[in-house]
Design a protein around this ligand. Structure first.
Ligand SMILES: [Mg+2]
Length: 468
């Protein structure tokens, strides 16, 4: 039985700030980075995990990962796998580290990297991709794998069990459907604030030709500019002549209530937390003409009642625009309250801001109970590789539906992964299917050698050229 003997940690940073990739109203200068950990055992079995940052501070997260991972050293892997919910509680319960959270900030995203690495190891030990490991659990096993502390006022284990049992009979059929069709996706990379109109137009046309029909645009820096760019994007996505020959109209249930245009295309907007509450309502009302489905992260991510007020305000003004958030919701309790307060139309979990798969599962259960679709946050580096697994778990085993869900896709940096995610000809994620790929998050050793901060060959070269 393999015993965890140690870990390797790498601070890997990609120079995305040079191209304007990832620019929005709040984050103007991002070097997409991975705080990356590999758990080692006394056998060939390993587990890879990471959390995402946007540059400076990645070293701080790496230091925290070391502190959390140390807690698993000396443990027998099979003992940890037996009850992943209990293992999660053990991981989170260091009596001294807890003080620098609890369950938020650097220590929590570091815990996400380590918990994800352990889940990756578990999937590799069973020769299954992570999603398949989890959907093959019995409802009892799936309930016990989640993080349960502090959420029983929203959902009990008994309720979750009944919900999962009700979905059990359809699992095989749903798995076959999603393997054949892929999982619905949307595109963000056409709408970064740092791109010129020409680049936006080119990328939107490319995305249309690839079969996408949901598009997201960054807003919040300047209302007139947002309206102009929004009209530009709408003029393209609503133009039937730009659709590929293979285009089929989307099923009506997939776009109902989403402010879709004449071709069935849907636009979303994302403000990355820039506004106060009343300012958000006014600003978004001013963008009504471009008919977004939702405004994402309109205000501070911790402001649950603020999100509820914005959602209510936009409804009272008859805008037809919903509210989405979650990529900075730092734990399951924030999601619990967002759901309890009727604050969101769409639940945007993040694969490594929450503390790994176990905490994500508890949010999937709550969202399914409250009937709110889960559309995970992705992009950055590694997030797309991670989240396809989470959406597959949600569809096959938890909510049982992908009719209204769309999973974020950003076409950046996938080439650095051993088993990168991919999109089919209908603009949907392919199902990861290699037995040995675990959670699909292993970074190529050549990419680590090149982009490790500060000693990787790329960064050394930049300093030699006098650019850093
Ligand atoms: Mg966002």
């Amino acid at each position: 039985m393999p015993v965890i003997t140690g870990f390797d940690i790498h601070d890997v940073r990609f120079p995305t700030s040079l191209t304007g990739d990832g620019t929005d109203a709040m984050n103007t200068d991002c070097d997409y980075s991975s705080a990356y950990v590999t758990l080692l055992t006394d056998s060939a079995l390993v587990g890879h995990g990471m959390t995402f940052t946007i540059g400076r501070g990645n070293d701080i997260v790496c230091a925290a990962i070391g502190a959390v991972a140390q807690r698993l050293v000396g443990k027998e892997s099979e003992e940890l796998f037996k009850d992943m919910g209990k293992t999660w509680e053990y991981m989170m319960a260091d009596p001294q580290l807890r003080w620098i959270g609890p369950e938020k900030g650097v220590i929590h995203i570091a815990s996400g990297a380590v918990n994800n690495a352990l889940w990756d190891m578990y999937a590799r030990a069973r020769d299954k991709p992570l999603w398949k490991l989890v959907v093959d659990f019995t409802p009892e096993e799936l309930v016990s794998a989640a993080a349960w502390r502090y959420v029983s006022d929203a959902i009990t284990k008994e309720e979750a069990l009944a919900m999962l049992k009700a979905k059990e009979a359809g699992k095989k059929e749903r798995e076959a459907i999603v393997r054949e069709q892929g999982y619905p996706a949307y595109v963000t990379s056409a709408g970064w604030l740092g791109y010129t109109d020409e680049k936006v137009a080119r990328l939107v046309k490319e995305a249309l030709s690839q079969g996408f029909n949901h598009f997201k645009m960054k807003v919040g820096a300047d209302p007139a500019d947002d309206l102009r760019r929004g009209k530009l994007i709408r003029s393209l996505i609503d133009d039937p002549t730009l659709l590929p020959p293979s285009h089929a109209p989307p099923p009506p249930e997939s776009i109902a209530g989403k402010n879709a245009g004449p071709t069935g295309a849907v636009l979303m907007i994302d403000a990355n937390q820039v506004w106060d509450v009343s300012q958000a309502i006014d600003y978004v009302t001013g963008l009504k003409e471009i008919k977004p489905w939702f405004i994402e992260e309109p205000t501070a991510p911790d402001d649950i009642l603020g999100h509820a007020a914005i959602r209510k305000g936009l409804k009272e003004r008859g805008t037809g625009i919903g509210v989405a958030t979650g990529e900075h919701a730092h734990n399951r309790m924030v999601f619990k309250q967002l759901l309890q307060a009727d604050a969101i139309d769409v639940c945007q979990i993040d694969s490594c801001r929450l503390a790994g798969v176990s905490e994500v599962l508890s949010v999937l259960f709550m969202a399914a109970k409250y009937g709110v679709p889960v559309c995970p946050h992705a992009g950055g580096v590694g997030l797309c590789e991670y989240v396809i697994h989470l959406s597959l778990i949600d569809y096959v085993a938890v909510s049982g539906s992908m009719d209204r869900n769309v999973l974020e896709f950003v076409d950046h940096l996938h080439e650095h992964f051993v088993t990168p995610c991919s999109i089919n000809t209908r603009g949907r994620y392919n199902v990861p299917d290699s037995p040995g790929e675990g959670y699909s998050i292993e970074i190529k050793t050549t990419s680590i050698a090149e982009y490790e901060w500060p000693g990787g060959s790329y960064w050394v070269g930049r300093r030699t050229e006098g650019k850093e």
